[in-house]
Design a protein around this ligand. Sequence first.
Ligand code: ADP
Ligand code: MG
Length: 474
Amino acid sequence: MAAPWEDVLRNKPAIQEAVTVAVDAALLEGVLMRTEGEPNASDVVNYAPFTLLPSAVPSALFEQAYAVQQDFNLLVDAISQNKEFLEHTLASTIQVDDFTAQLFRIHKQVLEEGLAQSVFLGINRSDYMFDCGVDGKPALKQIEINTIAASFGGLTSRTVAVHRRVLKVLGKSEEASRLLPNNPSKGLALGIAKAWELYGSQSAVVMFLVEEVQRNIFDQRCVENELWNRNIRVIRKRFRDVFEKGSLDYAKRLYMDGQEVAVVYYREGYVPENYNQQNWEARLLLERSRAVKCPDIATQLAGTKKVQQELSQPGMLERLLPGRAEAVARIRATFAGLYSLDMGEEGDKIAATAIADPNRFVLKPQREGGGNNLYGEELRQVLEKIRDSPERTSYILMDKIKPQPSMNYLLRAHSPLEVSECISELGIFGVYVRQGKEMVMNEAAGHLLRTKAIQHADGGVAAGVAVLDTPYLV
Ligand code: ADP
Ligand code: MG
C-alpha cells in the first residue's frame, strides 16, 4: 500500500514543523499517558505515542472488518454460554496452564452455584493485519480477539483530530477531510449505560476495576466521562479494594463500601501478574455477584488463544452458530491458519513442520498483553525443547501474517525523530448487551489502528512498541 504522503516524507523542514504541531495537538486533544517515572500521578503527563501521518488502509478490508464485527459479538457470546465447548476446548490447556485453570475453576464454581447475573455486557476488540499473499493482494486476517480490558478506545477517539491537523499543516486539507470520524469511547459507554439501565437500580454505580499501576488512565477516563455525562456514577477500584470492602447481600447484590454496584468493567485481571490469593478471592466475589461483569469469566475464557485455535477446526463455527451460514462464512474468511499442539500425531506433525520452517509461524502461549509470542529462531528452540512434553499444549501455533510495510514517523516523547519502516494492526471494537436470552444491543463501536516498526515482532502500545494511528482509506 503506497502511502499517499511519499512527497513529504523526506522533506525534513516540513516534517519538523508538522511534528511540533502534532505534539501540541495531541496534548490539546487529550491523547495523553502518565509517564514511566510517575505512573500513578497526573502531575506530570505526556502525549501517548502516535504516528506523525495516518497509515493507508485498503477500504475494502476496513469495511470487511466492520461487517464481521456483529458476527464476532454473537460468536463470543455463544461461546460464553456453551459450557461443554469451553470445557472440552480448554481441557488440555488447564492441565498445564495454571492461570487458565484458575479462571476455569471460578467459571465452574459460579455455574454450579447458579448464575445470579442476568444481564450480560461484552466489550471486545477484534484485531487484524493485512496479509500480503503470493498474489500481492492484501487480505484481512485476524490476529486475535480481546474479550477483556480491550484498551485505547478512549485515546483513539481523539487522534483523528491530531492527524487532521497534521495533514492540513502539510498542505493536504483535502486528504484531512477524508479521515473518518471515530469515537469508540462513546460506543463503549453506550453499552455500559445500557447494561446499567437494565440492571435497574438508579442509585447503583459503575465500577471500573483498575490496575495498581495506572499509566493509561486517560484512556479509561474518556469512557468514564461519557458515563458521567449521562449522569451515571463511576467509581474506580482495585482488586484489593474489593477484597477489603466488597460484599454480597442475600440476593447476591454487590456492594462496595455500602454502595451498590450495577456494572463491573474490568481493565485489569487478564494476566497472572494481576493476581495474588486475595485478588483471586476478590475476583470470585465479583463473579458470584448479580452485578453485570464486563466480561463475565466465561467470556474472558472465550477470548483465550486455545479457543481461537479450536474455532478454526472444520465444522466448529457451524456448531456454535447454527443457522447462521452467512455469519460463519464472514468469520471464517478472516481466519489465518491455526494449529493445535495437543499431544498426538497431528500435533507431532505440525511441531515438526514449525521446527523445520519457523519463519512461517508464530508460537503463542495462553497470555494477553503483548510480548509473549515466539518467532523465528526462538520459536524453533523452544518448540524443540518441549516437542515431546505435554508442556507444548500450553501453546498454539499460528501462520505468520506478513503485511506490506510502509514508511512513517513514530512520535514518542524523548525519542529522536526518524523515519521507520512500519506495519499496522487494525482493531474493531464490538459492544453487545444480552438480557437473559435476548440480545438487546449488538454493535461495532469504532476502530483502533496501531502501527509499529517492523523490527518489533510483538507488542502493543502499552508495551511501548506500537503507537496510535489513524486509517487513511485507499
Ligand atoms: P496479545 O494477547 O499478547 O496481544 P496477540 O495475539 O495480539 O497477543 O499478539 C501480539 C502481537 O504479535 C500482535 O499485536 C502482532 O503484532 C503480533 N502477532 C500475533 N500474531 C501474529 C501473526 N499470526 N502474524 C504476525 N504477527 C502476529
Ligand atoms: Mg493482541
